[in-house]
Structures are given as C-alpha cells and as structure tokens.
Design a binder for this molecule. Structure first.
Ligand code: CMP
Length: 143
C-alpha cells in the first residue's frame, strides 16, 4: 500500500492548524500510520531538503524548519502521494487554490505551513529519514 510523508511545519504548529490538517487527511479516508511532534535537528533538515541545497533560499529554509516543533506524519492509502499534494496545494500559497490547505490558510512561500512528498520514491526516502521502522504502525479497522 502506498505511503506518503507529510509534515506540519513550525508555522502550522504555531498557528494551531495541526487538528485541522489531521482532520482533512482523516476525512479524505487516508490511514494514519505514523505521527510525532519533533524539533528537527539541522542535520535532519539539511538531509530532508538536500535537493534544494544549491537554491538561494536553502539557508533560510533550514533555519525556518529547525526553528520550532514540526508534526511529522505518515499517511497510507491508494494514490496517497499525489492526492496529498493536491490537498496541500501549490508551493506558493498566494497561487494555491482555495480548498487546499495552503490556499485556505497561507500567504507566504517561505511559511507555507506543510510539506508533502512529491513522488512515491521521495516518500520512501523521507519516511525513512524521519521515522524508525518501529515508529510506524500497520493496522486494520475493527469497527
Ligand atoms: P516544501 O514543499 O517544504 O519544499 C521546499 C520548500 O522550499 C517549499 O515547501 C517552500 O517552503 C520553500 N521554497 C520554495 N521556493 C521558495 C522561495 N522562492 N523562497 C523561499 N522558500 C521557498
């Protein structure tokens, strides 16, 4: 079953949007299989954003993501990687569609509330970076 990595960034935590974001993914029908509040180290942040290392905003991106706690999540479901990206919205909240998380709550590209893996392969890498195997829980509904 497909899994994706989603993180509520420090601005999303500070704006108390964690419940809203969890609610959106749960309501959509995706299954939560990993969840933790973590203040990321510089090493973790630099690894996570390694692909952006040469970008001019890399330093401020790492600075920001390490500035406070992040809610790291793993969601499971058919097509969850692409669907989560759609629910999150375009990178720049000024142009993301209303109805998406960034479109509804964000205005700043550097403070865009939430991250979601961009492809299945990236998701696998990001999940392995943020979670140990025994922090992920496989479960089936019993009700
Ligand atoms: P995210 O989905 O976490 O992936 C990379 C992040 O880099 C992105 O969200 C933005 O927060 C950030 N980012 C992308 N472009 C810019 C930019 N031009 N200026 C500042 N931050 C950016």
């Amino acid at each position: 079953m497909e899994r994706t990595f989603v993180a509520v960034k420090p601005d999303g935590v500070q704006r108390q949007l964690v419940g809203e974001i969890l609610w959106r993914f749960e309501s959509k029908g995706f299954k939560l299989v990993g969840l933790k509040l973590i203040h990321p180290s510089r090493e973790l942040a630099e690894n996570h954003y390694d692909v952006h290392r040469e970008r001019p905003f890399f330093g401020s991106l790492v600075e920001f993501i390490t500035s406070g706690p992040v809610v790291a999540m793993v969601w499971e479901g058919y097509g969850v990687v692409a669907s989560a990206r759609k629910m999150i919205g375009a990178t720049n909240p000024l142009t993301s569609e209303p109805g998406t998380i960034r479109g509804d709550f964000g205005v700043n590209i550097g403070r865009n509330l939430i991250h979601g893996s961009d492809a299945v392969e990236t998701a696998q890498k990001e999940i392995a970076l943020w979670f140990k195997d025994d922090e992920l829980v496989s479960w089936e509904p019993t009700i």
